[in-house]
Design a protein around this ligand. Structure first.
Ligand code: NOJ
Length: 600
């Protein structure tokens, strides 16, 4: 039964008690598929949508998730042991970052053997067991395909570098030195330094978009592409529910690899500028779709930094190549010069909101969006998107509301569900991440002091997201009985799964409520998206609507109280959720998030 508030309809401000808020998710009726579409309804109703559009995906970073053998690194058994936690969160798929054999110079994004489990994480049997236990709980496993590059330890590269005359000589991108023996051009790799490394045996340079230990595969070679499809099909046949495709916009290189206009004083240009989304890349990816995805009930999500909203239709949707692509626009809102941590500006909320709205508008009729605020390459969202000093519990819940109510599939990153935050280590030696070390050096080279350089690292280090998952109050947050590979965040005594489970006001329990809200209201799945209050620098607001329901999400991104217009709000219906125990419709308290029903 739908609860009606006994208040005067004209009242602009209504106080709702926490007792009501706690119960209202469950009281909300299930909406039924739309027979005809209202002007604002999105194209498909929930019943016609794919499983991966209706679920929540959870990203697990194996190194940091849970260690069961005391070696200080997480493992597959640890992931298996926590599947029930994920199930409770409403997770239907787990994206596991690479767990394949690797020298681990980039924590698995340097794959030596695409078909073998890294012994650090366990055995083939452990993986089979993970598949089977996940399956029992209705959870699919989504694998990370790193195919722009391999590790230098991959057998393909070992053979390729052994000379110019072997079966795999064209598996990678080789070029002769410039006349003076230097690198073939001025491209700079994403992890810093030249994108070319000289190989003594082959007497040529090989290209690497990332580290020198990550040689780029030559996708122009059909044999290489077939190897990649074979790997993907091998895992899809084993039951993978989907793939995340790493670093995908870099796979195609321009026919002529010329010098670029320098963007740094040292005369180099970022390889990103020179190779991102080279013409013809979509032909390769259509081939991937034909040879791997077609006919399978899996989803693909490309990590596609640099695809503008205007191009999204070529990448996703019926004529696209993937089901979804991760945009970086919202994550990079503060950067002024590429992704250089020491080149940032104060960003405005309107800029952040625009990144989401542009993507949503571009794919509103055809295409789907992977909603994410965190992953293993980004700082924690509470620190990233909220002002310094924001209350992490209120803030964590506010961002959770955004994650779970935006149109698209929510991708939740480990620890986000408990509101984990950045660390503030002031010694660069405490960091493990290769790009943190590089960015630290870049900052020093630019003339910043050590203190200033470490501040950049504290803000943007990828290790912020990679500290051990916080399970309980025991030593090392219950992540390991050994010495963790990366220090544990010192806030683990309060921010951890066990403590938050028993606290009704925790971020974790707020996620549980958001999960129920999504499960019981299909408008959060199939409803259209329309931004409201687009000019506001305080409130992020949007309407989700289908033929049955129309709701408005309002999130205060500031520490001040702000008011908003209530003329479209159904004052008879209580808010569906709020991160405060009492909410006044028409006003948002600091970092308040509320979802209200609209008249229709
Ligand atoms: C993107 C991955 O997410 C990141 O962790 C990795 O370092 C690079 N690609 C290189 O594979």
């Amino acid at each position: 039964m739908k609860f009606k508030k006994q208040i005067a309809l004209a009242a602009a401000v209504t106080v709702i008690s926490s007792a009501f808020l706690a119960g209202c998710d469950e009281n909300k009726k299930q909406t039924t598929p739309a027979e005809s579409q209202s002007p604002t309804a999105s194209v498909k109703s929930a019943s016609d949508m794919k499983w991966w559009q209706k679920t929540v995906v959870y990203e697990a970073y194996p190194n940091s998730f849970k260690d069961t053998d005391g070696d200080g690194y997480g493992d597959l058994k640890g992931l298996t042991s926590e599947l029930d936690h994920l199930k409770e969160l409403g997770v239907g798929a787990v994206w596991i970052t690479p767990f394949f054999e690797s020298p681990m110079k980039d924590n698995g994004y340097d794959v030596a053997d695409y078909r073998k489990v890294n012994p650090r994480y366990g055995t083939d049997e452990d993986l089979d067991n993970l598949f089977s236990e996940a399956n029992k709980r209705g959870i699919k496993l989504v694998l990370d395909l790193v195919t722009n590059h391999t590790s230098e330890e991959c057998e393909w590269f070992k053979e390729s570098r052994s000379g110019k005359d072997n079966d795999k000589s064209d598996y990678y991108i080789w070029a002769d030195p410039a006349e003076d023996g230097s690198a073939p051009n001025n491209w700079r790799s994403i992890f810093g330094g030249s994108a070319w490394t000289y190989d003594e045996t082959r007497k040529q340079y090989y290209l690497h978009t990332f580290g020198d230990f990550q040689p780029d595969l030559n996708w122009a070679n059909p044999k290489v592409r077939q190897e990649i499809y074979d790997v993907a099909n091998y895992w899809a046949d084993k039951g993978a529910g989907g793939f995340r495709l790493d670093a995908i916009p870099y796979i195609k290189k321009p026919a002529e690899m010329k010098n670029g206009e320098p963007d740094q004083e040292d005369g180099t240009v970022s390889i990103h500028t020179m190779t991102v989304n080279t013409d013809g890349i979509l032909d390769y990816l259509h081939e991937f779709k034909d040879k791997v995805s077609k006919g399978r009930d899996i989803f693909t999500v490309g990590e596609a930094n640099g695809v503008p909203a205007s191009e999204l239709n070529k990448w996703v949707g019926d004529n696209g190549v993937f089901d979804m692509i991760f945009s970086f626009d919202h994550e990079n809102v503060q950067f002024t010069g590429g992704e250089v941590w020491s080149a940032t500006k104060d960003w405005k909320l309107t800029e952040l909101k625009k990144t989401f709205t542009d993507s949503q508008n571009a794919i509103k009729d055809n295409g789907w969006y992977p909603m994410y605020l965190e992953n293993h390459d980004q700082p924690r969202s509470i620190n990233h998107f909220l002002p310094e000093g924001a209350d992490p519990v209120l803030g964590g819940k506010a961002l959770a509301t955004l994650l779970m109510t935006m149109r698209g599939t929510p991708f939740m990153y480990e620890g986000e569900e408990i509101g984990m935050t950045n660390v503030d280590w002031d010694n660069i030696d405490d960091y493990n991440d290769i790009s943190s070390k590089n960015q630290y050096q870049v900052a020093l080279d630019k003339g910043l002091s050590r203190e200033e350089a470490i501040k950049c690292v504290q803000k943007y280090s990828r290790d912020n997201a990679r500290t051990p998952m916080q399970w309980n109050t025991s030593e090392n947050a219950g992540f390991t009985t050994g010495t963790p590979w990366l220090k544990t965040n010192s806030n683990y005594k309060t921010v951890n799964v066990e403590t938050e489970k028993s606290d009704p006001d925790s971020v974790l329990n707020f996620y549980m409520r958001l999960k129920s809200l999504r499960a019981n209201n299909s408008v959060f799945i199939d409803g259209s998206y329309e931004e409201k209050l687009a000019d506001s620098e305080e409130i992020f607001s949007y309407v989700r609507a289908n033929s049955k329901d129309k709701v408005q999400v309002l999130i205060n991104f500031t520490g001040s109280e702000v008011s908003y217009d209530t003329s479209e709000i159904d004052m008879d219906a209580a808010p569906l959720i709020s991160n405060y125990s009492e909410t006044e419709v028409g006003k948002l308290k600091p970092y308040e998030a509320v979802v209200v029903e609209l008249k229709h």
